[in-house]
Design a binder for this molecule. Structure first.
Ligand code: NAD
Length: 356
C-alpha cells in the first residue's frame, strides 16, 4: 500500500485536490497501485480550527506518508494575522520540517495550447523544460543583517553560501531526471561574479565527469538564461540552479505557458515529497466551481512518477490531460471562442473519460 496525505488548504485548494484524488482513484483501479489517503488541514483552515497554520499532527502525518498532495493556502480573511500565523507559513513550515531540498517545475507548451503563450508560436513550439531548483540552501537561508550602521550609513546584507555536498545532491537529482528525459542538463550560475557560483560550477563539472558522462552538460550565466527562456526556450531540457536563481527563473518559465492553472510542481525530500499546483488559493473564484484542476491533476501525475516510481500511470494521466485539451475542452481561464467550455468538474470528468 502507498499512503498519500492530502492537504486541500484554502480557497480553490479543496476543489482542485478533490478532482486530483478522483483521478488518482481511477488510475489506481487501472494500475492496481494500492493507494490509501488521509486528509489533513493546513493554512487558514488549520488556523481557524487550531489557531496555527500548521500543526505537529499534520507534520507527523506527512513524515509518515509516501507522498503529500497539497492544494493551496491563503485568503483575505487571514491577511490581518501576524506573519508567523499567516496561512502561507504552512508551506514554508512543511518544506523545512520535511527537508524538501529540491523544487521541480516542469513547463511544457503543448501544440494545442500554443496560442496562450505570450511568445510567438514558432518560438514557443516544442518547449519542455524541467527546472530543478535547490530549495533549502543559498541566500534565502544564509546569515543576514537587517540593519547596521557602518561609517554613518545604514546597511543590510544577506549571505549566499553553498557547500559541495549541497551542490552534489541537487546536481545528482538533475542528472538522474535528465536520464529519464532528453539527457541534457543546463547548470545556471553567476560564476563570472560570485565565489559560491564558482564552487557550484566546479562541483557540477566534477560530478558530471565522474558519474554522468552520458548526460550532455552545459553551463549558462543566469542573466543569459533569463534571455534564452524568452528567445529559445525549446533548446532546454533540465535546468539546475540555486535557490534564488531558481525562484526567479521558474516564475519566468511559468508565464511562457500562458496559464497558471495548468502548471504542477513538486518539492522533493529524502523521506517524503510534496506535490502542488503552482497557483495560489484564488479567492476571487473560490467556491464557484470554475477553477481549472489541471495543475493539481498533473501534480498527482508527478507524485506517481517521482515518489511511487509509477511512470506508466503518470504517463497515462499526462496523456489523458493532453487528449482532453486537444479535443478542445477548456475551463474559463483558458477559454477561447469555438472551444468546449466546461467548469472544473466538467474538465475533471473529461480527463477521467480519457483515462478510461
Ligand atoms: P493565485 O494563484 O491564487 O491567483 C492569481 C490569478 O489566477 C487569479 O485571478 C485566479 O483566479 C487565477 N487562478 C489561479 N489558479 C487558477 C485555477 N486553477 N483556475 C483558474 N484560475 C486560476 O495568486 P494570488 O491571487 O496572488 O494569491 C491568492 C492567495 O493565494 C494569497 O493568499 C496568496 O498568498 C496565496 N498563494 C498561495 C500559494 C500556495 O499555497 N503555494 C501560492 C501562491 C499564492
Amino acid at each position: 500500500m502507498k499512503h498519500i496525505v492530502v492537504i486541500p488548504g484554502d480557497g480553490i485548494g479543496t476543489e482542485v485536490t478533490d478532482s486530483a484524488v478522483e483521478v488518482l482513484k481511477k488510475i489506481d483501479e487501472i494500475y492496481k497501485i494500492g493507494l490509501t489517503y488521509e486528509w489533513k488541514d493546513a493554512g487558514g483552515a488549520s488556523y481557524d480550527q487550531y489557531g496555527v497554520p500548521l500543526t505537529e499532527d499534520t507534520i507527523e502525518a506527512c513524515r509518515k506518508a509516501d507522498a503529500i498532495l497539497f492544494g493551496a493556502v491563503g485568503g483575505d480573511q487571514w491577511d490581518h494575522l501576524e506573519p508567523s500565523l499567516r496561512p502561507e507559513k504552512a508551506i514554508l513550515g512543511l518544506r523545512k520540517s520535511l527537508g524538501l531540498y529540491v523544487n521541480l517545475r516542469p513547463v511544457r507548451i503543448q501544440d494545442s495550447m500554443i496560442e496562450y503563450s505570450p511568445l510567438k508560436p514558432e518560438i514557443a513550439k516544442g518547449t519542455d523544460i524541467l527546472i530543478v531548483r535547490e530549495l533549502v540552501g543559498g541566500i534565502y537561508f544564509g546569515k543576514r543583517c537587517e540593519s547596521e550602521i557602518v561609517n554613518g550609513a545604514e546597511q543590510a546584507w544577506d549571505v549566499e553560501k553553498y557547500s559541495v555536498p549541497e551542490v552534489e545532491r541537487i546536481t545528482r537529482f538533475a542528472m538522474e531526471a535528465a536520464r529519464k528525459r532528453k539527457g541534457h542538463v543546463t547548470s545556471v550560475d553567476k560564476s563570472n561574479v560570485l565565489a559560491s557560483s564558482r564552487l557550484w560550477r566546479r562541483t557540477v563539472i566534477k560530478l558530471h565527469d565522474e558519474e554522468y558522462k552520458d548526460v550532455r552538460l552545459d553551463h549558462m550565466y543566469v542573466d543569459n538564461c533569463a534571455q534564452q527562456f524568452a528567445i529559445h526556450p525549446s533548446s532546454f531540457d533540465v535546468v539546475v540552479t540555486s535557490n534564488m536563481f531558481g525562484d526567479i527563473l521558474s516564475d519566468e518559465a511559468a508565464v511562457l505557458s500562458g496559464s497558471i492553472g495548468m502548471l504542477p510542481s513538486a518539492s522533493i525530500g529524502e523521506e517524503t515529497s510534496l506535490y502542488e499546483p503552482i497557483h495560489g488559493s484564488a479567492p476571487d473564484i473560490a467556491g464557484k466551481g470554475i477553477a481549472n484542476p489541471i495543475a493539481t491533476i498533473l501534480s498527482a501525475a508527478m507524485l506517481l512518477r517521482y515518489s511511487l516510481n509509477e511512470d506508466k500511470a503518470a504517463d497515462a494521466i499526462e496523456k489523458a490531460v493532453n487528449d482532453t485539451l486537444e479535443e478542445g475542452y477548456r475551463t474559463g481561464d483558458i477559454y477561447r471562442e469555438g472551444m468546449k467550455r466546461v467548469d472544473g468538474k466538467g474538465m475533471k470528468e473529461a480527463i477521467l473519460a480519457h483515462l478510461g
